[in-house]
Design a binder for this molecule. Sequence first.
Ligand code: GLU
Length: 342
Amino acid sequence: MRWERYRDGMHPGDYDVADIAQASETGRVPADARIDDLLDSAYRRALTHREGTVADYIPILGRADPEAFGVSVVDVDGGIHSVGDTATRFSIQSISKAFVYALLCEAVGHTDAYRIVGVNNTGAPFNSVVAIELNGGHPGNPMVNAGAIATTALIPGGSAAEKWDAVHAGLSRFAGRALDVDDEVYRSESETNQRNRAIATLLQSYDRIRCDPLEAVDVYTRQCSLLVDARDLAVMGATLADGGVNPVTGERVVSAEVARDTLAVMAASGLYERSGEWLFEIGMPGKSGVAGGLVTIAPGKVGIGAYAPPLDSAGNSVRGQIATAYLSRALGLNIFASASHA
Ligand code: GLU
């Protein structure tokens, strides 16, 4: 089953929130009880949407419950707010790309990460080979498969096992707990990821991957198979919202500069080819994954984690987007919104 199938699918187009007034940006989130109320409204509103298709180009993902739906908000003080199925685990998939990129920035620095992996939206689907060719072999950005595999390949380590240890430990620090690999997802994707292997080998031909490209794909496939729930995603997002410090464990995971750089790249390309629409409607950096996860960050305020498997035609969780759009407006999280100073 090819990804192209979903590109002919539904287009939610509107995010069903145009009627919600944009709350003023105050630099603070409202009190806990207000967050709980608004989270509940966001959940109920998104629940009425049944559009979208569960991904099955990785066969095992097709078994996900299309009704599963949960949203968590974690604030930079470590306060946790949850509604729905926020303890249901699913594979992190592409959302791992943002956090592994943060680990790479931490390891090699701003300039090298920019130079080698890039920061611009390709405008092409996440698994495009054509985009690599059109860019003269440059992977484009870390949120598409080419850039993500190049990112994982660049993680310091003398062997694939050492790179994996660094990726696994780093993502676990973001979540504040030791994450497990879903072996079934890992096997299912390993048997069907010929396209990612082709992408990695193509990047090697352009000297963009210098380690064994198939080993890099294997580490990447493992990282995509890590199990998280919506609450984990919210904690991971809140770590980027909190200048790189996990607000639940208190551990610094990356520097404030790395958190900033990661959010910039997420804003430019975190929602596949819909990244512009997403910024226009939601106004925050985010990253989605094909298992139905979505993480969104209001810098200095909160991380939002959502899980709902049916996806729009670009690969973004439909209910996750609608609930997040609601929270963006109702909580005043849009980073572009301001009221007149006077
Ligand atoms: N592991 C998936 C792939 O490489 C991730 C895709 C995604 O979530 O966008 O195809």
